[in-house]
Design a protein around this ligand. Sequence first.
Ligand code: GDP
Ligand code: ZN
Length: 301
Amino acid sequence: MIGGVVLHGTGGVWHVRGEDGTVRQASLRGAVKHAADVKLAVGDAVVLRPDRRGQVWAIAEILPRRSQLVRRSPGGAWGERVIVANVDQVVVVFAIAKPEPHRRMLDRFLVIAEANALAARVVINKIDLASEAAIEARFGDYRRIGYPLHCTSTTIPAGLDALHDALRGRTSVLTGPSGAGKSSLLNAMYPGLGLRVGEISESVEKGRHTTVGAFMHPLPDGGYVVDTPGLREVGLWRIPAEALAGCFPEIRERANACRFTDCRHLTEPGCAVREAVQAGTISAERHESYVKVMGELGNRE
Ligand code: GDP
Ligand code: ZN
């Protein structure tokens, strides 16, 4: 018996990395497939045993998960789908320019992390393209909300050691728009590893457009970086409207001062959240993101 972690899977063949670092192909045939209520996901810790035929290994056991990134799809056709198990944090990477950052999109990624009770950090890359003051003015509020904010550049270079420390020994879902510099950052932090985020996922997506396969890349000094195209299709995530305020830490913190306990922080009188927006203690842009996502949730069914 060998313990391991599921790196990725295609067509019923799962690639499992053992404690010794060897990757073995394994299948989910036989007892465990039918007995366990949990469906195997990328990131799962498993126990392998040699298959009788000796060709592949069999997954004998799925160990309990410490966390999971779940996508709830609208319409209920797919129900819940675990995209990655045992995630420690979501790392959202945007560039300060080229391409222009979209705060709305950043906020959606953070909502997904919060909805899954996962820690999140924000990386603003390409800081060589803007002044420190401009970066602080546009993204400083994320640090004030409580998200660790990394300002990085692969060209100066800057901020790479701190980001490296944040990834070491952890399983991090890395996301953000294409061109933000995710691959460049990984290659700057782990020279010689040749990681390219998005490559594998995109080819999987093209083949079967409903596939949201995640891919775990082991890091040389411990931990994993997870590449998951599913996270980019934010429109497909469903979060109950009443839970949305809980996905914005600064709104969540203020909401109990609202006059009505079921306040949605939209147009209600005595809304402490909107008062905080007017006073400038909650960022108007963040509240706009909240209103926008709320609108989308309401329009869905
Ligand atoms: P990904 O799609 O997020 O993986 O982005 P890539 O790593 O492929 O980078 C996209 C482009 O941005 C490439 O042309 C990189 O050379 C460039 N790039 C990456 N990091 C930086 C940076 O810190 N500063 C600048 N100016 N360009 C960068
Ligand atoms: Zn309110």
